[in-house]
Design a protein around this ligand. Structure first.
Ligand SMILES: *Cc1c(COP(=O)(O)O)cnc(C)c1O
Length: 380
């Protein structure tokens, strides 16, 4: 059957019909009152989502672009930065900071484990060593969430800036910018925003802006000072992705209706249900510790001797459900179920039933309904 696509990957994530339809309109000029009214509204809603009184800037880019905008705006060539790495995205930020000639020190943790905040504290023992600490809050590649709150505290005591990849944590769990004193928070529309790809967002604190004003990094399109200046007139320095901003307005409105606490609780329930469902099917969760498991995505090991990609292939072919594979050293070793953004209980139950069906097709004798039954106990 065609046209019944079902995305259960950690980005792009499913998009509500009302959000899709909001884009089916003529673009308007971005130097008009009409556009400024939309921009003012979405900017206010973005402040709500980021739990900040500061600025949140909207860029026509992906999550990586939002991170690049943060790095080139906050830092200067030769700056010492500490990058926390426990997966592929952490790796990416270390490479990026190097590309911009920062002096990079990596604090790494084994894939599948969370960064130990005490190790960060130790690395930051001498105040003033680092200009910034770059951290991936939810490491999508391994389905691990790092314990950002205490880490943010240590970064502040050190006197450094925090540059946070919150791409799969914002809109799934707490990332209170002001509450935790985060300086740069980068995200992308195709993750927790219930939107198609194409917009990147950067939240900037007052301390962050002081650094931007002093930074000597060469930059142009991603110069956040330009975006701040335009935002004063409720516009953008370059042509924005106007139709995506229509979508953003609707999606953020839906999120406000649901409420932050309810959104976080939903992601937490879904994480628990997928993990319990996998265990009941005799599958191990790659992230052993519940506490370290990301609310947006769950990584599951296939049965001994079974290729994760083969299992995913069957699920795609038989049930038309897209799951994500493993990356780098985890390629074909794990599969990942996204439960980020516009995901409801039905989706979670369906994906568990499909995993069960695929396992049976592969000759694994799982008790019919075992995964769904375990998940239902947590969804009641
Ligand atoms: C998806 C993702 C990104 C951004 O990727 P883009 O493809 O540039 O949008 C960054 N960090 C994490 C943790 C992600 O999951």
């Amino acid at each position: 059957m065609q046209d019944k696509g079902f995305l259960m990957i950690p980005g792009p994530t499913p998009v509500p019909e009302s959000v899709l339809l909001s884009m089916a309109r003529h673009p308007i000029g971005h130097r008009t009152k009409d556009f400024s009214a939309v921009m003012e509204d979405v900017t206010e809603k973005l402040r709500w989502l980021h739990q900040t009184k500061g600025d949140v800037l909207t860029l026509a880019t992906s999550g990586t672009g939002a991170m690049e905008a943060s790095i080139v705006s906050a830092l200067s060539p030769g700056d010492k930065v500490l990058v926390l790495v426990n997966g592929k995205f952490g790796d990416r930020w270390a490479k990026m900071a190097k590309a911009f000639q920062c002096e990079v020190t990596v604090l790494s943790e084994e894939w599948g484990k969370a960064i130990d905040p005490e190790q960060v504290k130790a690395a930051l023992a001498t105040p003033g060593t680092y200009k910034a600490v770059i951290i991936t809050h939810s490491e999508t590649s391994t389905a691990v969430i790092n314990n950002l709150e205490p880490i943010a505290g240590y970064i502040q005591s050190h006197g450094a800036l925090s540059i946070v990849d919150a791409v799969t944590s914002l809109g799934a769990t707490q990332v209170p910018m002001d509450g935790w004193g985060l300086d740069f928070v980068a995200t992308g529309s195709q993750k927790g925003y219930m939107m198609p790809p194409g917009l990147g967002f950067v939240g900037v604190s007052a301390k962050g802006w002081e650094a931007v004003e002093k930074s000597t990094m060469p930059r142009f399109f991603f110069d956040l000072l330009k975006y701040r200046k335009s935002l004063k007139e409720a516009s953008t320095p370059f042509t924005p992705a106007i139709n995506l901003i229509y979508a953003l307005q609707i999606a953020l409105g839906m999120m406000q209706q649901e409420g932050l606490e309810n959104i976080f609780a939903r992601h937490h329930r879904h994480k628990g249900a997928v993990r319990a469902g996998a265990s009941a099917l005799g599958l191990a969760n790659y992230v052993a510790e519940d506490k370290a498991a990301a609310p947006a995505v769950t990584a599951i090991l296939p049965p001994e001797g079974v290729s994760a990609d083969k299992l995913r292939g069957i699920i795609k072919k038989r049930y038309d459900i897209a799951l994500a594979g493993g990356q780098d050293q985890l390629k074909d070793k794990i599969f990942r179920v996204g439960h980020l953004g516009f995901v409801c209980d039905r989706d979670v139950l369906t994906v568990l039933a499909a995993i069960e069906g695929a396992l049976r097709e592969l000759g694994h004798d799982v008790a019919p309904g075992a995964g769904v039954a375990a998940a239902l106990k947590l969804l009641d």
